[in-house]
Design a protein around this ligand. Structure first.
Ligand SMILES: [Cu+2]
Length: 146
């Protein structure tokens, strides 16, 4: 009477499994490869979030930083692949550039601070890096501001 069933096939290839894992890492809160969050502990100073800046197969999840906090972009390109950081007007690779946070370089370390609540958008403007490399980031800065 029971229909004959085969055990369901698992999502099979190692590549598929790796992609699923990567997606999990990028979207989950434990995105250890990409993000390291740390609070500067001396006297309860503002939170600083450090972001590894580089091409993202699945794009960056949006990031929340408390008002008064800081975001640090770091990159060290092993194959002379340069990056930059531009603040842009909206979450769109073609949006107008508001200001340059860091110029194009094979390695970089730049920090922005957020004295006002709101949404902020950043991209790498090296050709292809935003549309193809998905180097596009949305940062939410929540109230209250000190
Ligand atoms: Cu880039």
């Amino acid at each position: 009477m029971l229909p004959s069933t085969h055990s369901p096939r698992r999502a099979s290839t190692p590549a598929a499994a790796a992609a699923a894992l990567l997606l999990l890492l990028l979207t989950g809160s434990a995105a250890a490869e990409t993000f390291t969050s740390s609070s500067t502990s001396s006297g309860g100073g503002p939170t600083q979030v450090t972001l590894g800046w580089g091409p993202q197969p699945n794009g960056y999840p949006s990031l929340t930083v408390p008002c008064g906090g800081a975001l640090r972009f770091t990159w060290q390109s092993t194959e002379q692949l340069p990056h930059n950081v531009e603040q842009i007007a909206s979450a769109d690779c073609n949006a107008p550039i508001i200001r340059t946070i860091a110029g194009t370089s094979p390695s970089g370390d730049a920090t922005v601070t957020f004295p006002k609540a709101g949404e902020y958008y950043y991209k790498c403007s090296v050709p292809g890096h935003c549309p193809s490399g998905k180097m596009l980031l949305t940062v939410r800065v929540n109230e209250p501001c000190a």
